[in-house]
Design a protein around this ligand. Structure first.
Ligand code: MUC
Ligand code: MG
Length: 373
């Protein structure tokens, strides 16, 4: 019987090759934390937590993630048996409340470790893959309508994207909606568009903007209102016929079942780093599907490592109606795997040929990045 024998962390930042302007601020770099877990057989698994440059998207900072793992999670996991993986995920949720990114990184490392020992990809530990590749959307955030259209054309030519995401709330609502309508009309028949407000609007703004967005053919609107506006969100969707994707409002299974009950969203974005791990994200997905809520494979712009973990999890979900936005590896200026993930014909392949996460880390690159930090 093997036991967890060592838990260590490494910290570094990665630049974005194109910043992302959001209602809550502009993301220019990614804070990354890797956690390595070894067991008494000498096996190792690695997990990743990320924070989008500071605690402004959510409440966790990367320093807090590191402290939660080193001071509270690691001591409680040391000497635990690795063959009861499911109970370790439960234990994590008891040792620290919230702290989703910290729990997610540790659980990812445990899944990677067990997958490597059994020589199966994480998807096989989660019920088995339903698909071997997943559609990926690309976020347009260049600053002007014309340059967004040019960027969209370049992105389609290079990677075959069939869905774009626009970030709203950096500009005035009217300007955002005009830009969105122009982009929708330009790419009509070739790409659909989702817009993400990151909680930036209130009810009155939504009432003014939704008719225009419905007319323009917007596919879905992500988190337009603050997270606690369930009743208003449900009423707006019914009135204007545009459905919302819940993102920040979801923090795990309980919030997903509340959203299902209140009809606060027609879709949910899946994010292990936001929910507390791969198991919780799969629970969220099953609750949503049972309630007739669509699913969107979300990102917090993980490296190829964290993105591969999401691919493993998302591949097991029976119906991923909106595909994903797992474009992190294409947007980060540097990456940490031997073979970075990429998008071809609008699709990213799930790395099902290797064990655990399915990729190999570029240890030289990680050492260089950690020393630079
Ligand atoms: C978010 O709120 O969805 C992920 C992709 C993107 O364009 O923004 C982020 C965060
Ligand atoms: Mg979002």
């Amino acid at each position: 019987l093997s036991k967890i024998s060592q838990i260590t962390t490494q910290r570094f930042d990665l630049d974005l090759n194109q910043s992302i302007m959001m209602s809550i601020g502009t993301m220019r770099k990614q804070n990354v934390l890797l956690v390595r877990i070894r067991d008494s057989d000498g096996a190792e698994g690695v997990g990743e937590a990320i924070v989008m440059g500071g605690p402004f998207w959510g409440s966790e900072s990367i320093e807090g993630v590191q402290a939660a793992i080193e001071k509270y999670i690691a001591p409680s996991l040391l000497n635990q048996p690795t063959d009861t993986l499911g109970s370790l995920s439960v234990l994590l949720g008891k040792v620290v409340r919230g702290n989703a990114a910290a729990r997610s990184a540790v659980e990812m490392a445990l899944f990677d470790l067990v997958g490597r020992k059994l020589n199966v990809p994480i998807a096989m530990l989660m019920g088995g893959p339903c698909r071997k590749e997943i559609p990926v959307a690309w976020t347009l955030s260049t600053g002007t309508t014309q340059s967004d259209i040019e960027e969209g054309e370049r992105a389609i030519a290079a990677h075959g994207f069939r869905r774009f995401k626009l970030k709203f709330g950096h500009d005035a609502p009217e300007a955002d909606v005009e830009r969105c309508a122009a982009i929708l009309s330009h790419f009509q028949g070739r790409a659909t568009v989702i817009a993400d407000v990151n909680q930036g609007w209130d009810e009155a703004t939504a009432v003014r903007m939704l008719p225009r967005l419905a007319d323009a053919g917007l596919e879905a609107l992500e988190q337009p209102l603050p997270v606690d506006q369930d009743a208003v969100s449900a009423a707006l969707q019914a009135r204007f016929g545009v459905y919302f994707i819940a993102d920040e409002a979801v923090t795990g299974a309980a919030s997903a079942s509340r959203i299902a009950a209140t009809r606060a969203a027609g879709a949910i974005a899946l994010k292990p780093n936001r929910d507390g791990g791969l198991t919780v994200t799969r629970d969220v997905a099953i609750i949503a599907l049972a309630a007739g809520i669509k699913l969107y494979g979300g990102t917090m712009l993980e490296t190829s490592w964290g993105t591969a973990a999401s691919l493993q999890c998302f591949s097991t979900i029976p119906d991923l109606a909106l595909g994903s936005e797992l474009f992190g590896p294409l947007r980060l200026a540097d990456d940490i795997t031997e073979t970075p993930l990429t998008v071809r014909n609008g699709m990213m392949a799930v790395p099902l040929d290797g064990p655990g996460i399915g990729l190999r880390l570029d240890e030289e690159k990680i050492a260089w990045l950690s020393n630079r930090a």
